[in-house]
Ligand binder design. Structure first.
Ligand SMILES: Cc1ncc(COP(=O)(O)O)c(C=O)c1O
Length: 379
């Protein structure tokens, strides 16, 4: 099997898997129970919170365990909007966000009467900082954006956005979706108020995530209930899953730089090879991008047909963000970059891991060329 869809999800690390299985059996008690079985379960989960905080250089009370980044994004954006709406009802985001951010903003606009500005990007995927600066208003309460784009791979200048906020209106909260950066590049939470993470993108469990929330930021909880997660997320804690987050993160952060360099070399190799194939256009810009993601188009071909043809050789790629894969419209990210419609329509995303080998890439290239020869172009 040649798996080139690590942005969508990753296989489970076997160490994580084994420990998780034993936790499920041995630590099943409710973490809020007062007897020793519950206290032991709770202690393990709190240890995970401490270690996660340590690895991210923040405080344990700033770590909220969630069911994944979609929940973290929704809780951060809506929770923040509801908390600070007496200061203003204006939110700024970008035109290329993951659907969990985009839909949260749309819901705040259409159901709760907030105003939302979507900042665009240029043809190279660079965020329009001038447009962002002009969009900031006295009633802006939140700026929410991603660090690494999940479809094309561009990296946004979070530090510059933070400085802009400090200069214009320091009360604005900055939320960053760091899902595609975690375990791939260094994370600095000093300048953000809220950040979202997901475990299954870093060889961890599905249904596991973290929301980082600075102590100086408050949120209205979206799930009401008990005292769990500092009263921000009611419901019996998913202790085994939350306990595994720290180990997953620790493993993902090992040899970060080495893995980055290795994946960069793979990325250069495949870029070079793809450029030589007629009808292929690379959509991922060459600068300010993550080496882990490469988006390209086989112009004139239907990407779903290529995806399924490659699948016959056990070669797995994706057409766009997996969360939007059942919709037939063009990717919002490629559209925002102003990519020609026929190119955007035929986009394919491949994504790599430090487990990916050059042999796998060669095999993929072989099958891709074979596929392009055998399937028909769309007129
Ligand atoms: C940038 C980004 N944000 C959020 C998510 C949602 O993550 P989860 O599957 O943990 O809800 C994803 C996953 O596709 C993503 O790539």
């Amino acid at each position: 099997m040649i798996y080139l869809d690590y942005v969508s999800t990753t296989p489970l690390n076997q160490e994580v898997n084994h420990m998780y299985q034993s936790l499920l059996n041995d630590y099943f008690a409710n973490a809020d129970s007062l007897y020793s079985l519950g206290l032991k379960t709770s202690a393990l989960m709190e240890k995970s919170r401490e270690l996660t905080a340590q690895l991210l250089h923040v405080l344990p009370e700033e770590i909220i365990f969630t069911s994944g980044a979609s929940e973290s994004n929704s809780a951060a954006i809506k929770g923040c909007a509801f908390q600070y709406q007496n200061r203003g009802k204006h939110i700024i985001t970008t035109a290329v966000e993951h659907s969990s951010v985009y839909q949260s903003c749309i819901q705040l606009r259409d159901v709760f009467g907030f105003e939302v500005d979507f900042i665009s990007v240029d043809a190279s995927g660079n965020l329009d900082l001038k447009q962002l600066e002009e969009a900031i208003r006295p009633d802006t309460i939140l700026i929410t954006m991603m660090y690494v784009n999940n479809e094309v791979g561009m990296v946004f200048p979070i530090e510059k956005v933070y400085q802009m906020i400090q200069k214009i209106n320091p009360k604005i909260k900055l939320h960053v979706d760091m899902v595609q950066a975690l375990g791939k590049m260094p994370i600095d939470l000093t300048h953000v108020d809220l950040a979202s993470f997901s475990a299954h993108k870093i060889y961890g469990l599905k249904g596991s995530g973290v929301l980082y929330k600075k102590t100086s930021t408050s949120l209205v909880p979206l799930i009401n209930g008990g005292q769990q997660e500092h009263q921000l997320r009611g419901g019996t804690s998913n202790t085994a899953t939350h306990t595994m987050f720290a180990k997953t993160l620790r493993l993902a952060l090992e040899n970060l730089e080495q893995k980055y360099q290795y994946v960069t070399s793979l990325n250069h190799y495949i870029r070079e090879q793809l450029t030589q194939i007629p009808d292929i256009v690379i959509n991922t810009p060459s600068e300010h991008v993550s080496p882990y993601i490469l988006n390209f188009s086989c112009v004139g071909y239907k990407p779903e047909v290529i995806l399924h043809a490659l699948e016959m050789y056990e070669c797995y790629v994706s057409t766009k963000s997996t969360c939007s894969s059942h919709k037939s419209d063009i990717s919002r990210t490629l559209q925002a970059m102003g990519i020609r419609e026929d190119i955007a329509k035929s986009a394919i995303r491949i994504s790599f891991s430090h487990h990916t080998t050059q042999d796998e890439l060669d095999e993929f290239l072989f099958y891709l060329k074979k596929t392009l020869k055998t399937i028909k172009k769309q007129r």
